[in-house]
Write a protein of this length. Sequence first.
Length: 123
Amino acid sequence: MVYTAPKLAGNFVLVEVHEILSRDEYTLKQDAAEYKVGTLVISEYATGAKTGKYVRATQALVDAEDNADFAVVFDNVDASAADTKAAVFHQLGAVKGANLVLDVSITVAEARALLAKQTIKVV
C-alpha cells in the first residue's frame, strides 16, 4: 500500500515576506465543493463592481474582468452552507505551482501570470 500524505495548510507556500503582510482573510462564496488547500480564487464581480467575495478562478472569469484580484486558499474550507471567511495567501511571496489547485481551464503558466499581479512568484 502506498501512503499519500494529505495536503496541509499552506503546503504550497515556499516563501512569504511575513504572515501579516502575505496573508489575509477573504470571504469565499458558498460552493457545494470544498475549497482545497492551494485553490486559486478570483474576486467576484456583479454589474461591473467587486462583491467582496472570492470564487474559484476559471478562464471564463479571468477573461471577463481585467482588474480582478487573485489569491490562494491557505487551508481546506467548507463553504457548502454559506459564504465563509477563510485565510488566503494574497501577496509578497513564492508558491509551488505543482501544489496549486487549478480549474481545468487554467494552466500553471497562466496561474503564474495571474499571481504575478499580486507579487506572488509561482515556481
